[in-house]
Design a protein around this ligand. Structure first.
Ligand code: SF4
Length: 210
């Protein structure tokens, strides 16, 4: 307990719901709980976050190498789903803007620069950008009630997920990563724009890893 307290910011600002950092300690059980303190997502506290995770037994196995199967490239980390979700989140933009897409729709699409057809469920919409969970291609196929909209080629704008293996990145870092569900286990690249505990958002996605 004392060790964790020393690693908190010490600003006693109350944002986590406690008047003092000391009182927040009892509430910290896992990486998600750390998100209640806004300062712990800042770059200068990332070493402290790692130490707290280690003390909680939630350490990420950094020594295990993450290597893409199809390309043999070494990645910085493996991206798993966020808590209670079925896949990590992708944010996609279909080039064909004429198709009406609603939350709950199933889509068939092919990411730009990927040869594999994907199936996904839409979970949120911003103008022109659809947040999806991957549901295929394998396990939904063959079901009679499986209706989908074919949206064709899509640009992949971002990923959100939780790091299950590898190194915890910093905001602004260009990274190589493998989404756990990727059928080809191919290394993707992008820039980290948000880190909260082990949860990350990666934008500027590129499959032509340099
Ligand atoms: S939000 Fe962070 S800095 Fe503020 S009181 Fe809670 S633990 Fe301390």
């Amino acid at each position: 307990m004392d060790e964790i307290e020393k690693l908190l910011p010490g600003y006693n600002c109350g944002s986590c719901g406690h008047r003092q950092c000391r009182d927040f300690v009892a509430e910290i059980k896992n990486a998600e709980d750390l998100q209640k303190c806004p300062f712990l997502s800042r770059d200068n506290f990332q070493d402290n976050v790692k130490k707290i995770l280690r003390l909680l037994g939630e350490d990420i196995p950094e020594d295990e190498k993450v290597v893409g199967i199809i390309d043999g490239l070494e990645a910085d980390f493996m991206l798993a789903p966020l808590k209670d979700e079925c896949s990590c989140r992708e944010f996609i933009h279909p080039f064909d803007g004429s198709i009406e897409i609603n939350v709950g729709d199933y889509l068939r699409y092919r990411p730009l620069a990927c040869p594999v057809t994907h199936f996904a469920k839409v979970i949120d919409i911003d103008p022109g950008i659809y947040t999806i969970h991957l549901v295929g291609p394998l396990h939904r196929l063959g079901q009679e009630d499986f209706e989908f909209k074919d949206v064709g080629l899509c640009m992949i704008l971002a990923f959100e997920g939780k790091i299950s293996k590898g190194k915890l990145p910093k905001v602004g870092q260009t990274v190589k990563f493998v989404p756990e569900y990727c059928m080809m286990q191919k290394v993707h690249s992008g820039m980290v724009v948000g880190v909260e505990g082990r949860s990350v958002r990666i934008e500027a996605i590129d499959l032509k890893v340099w």
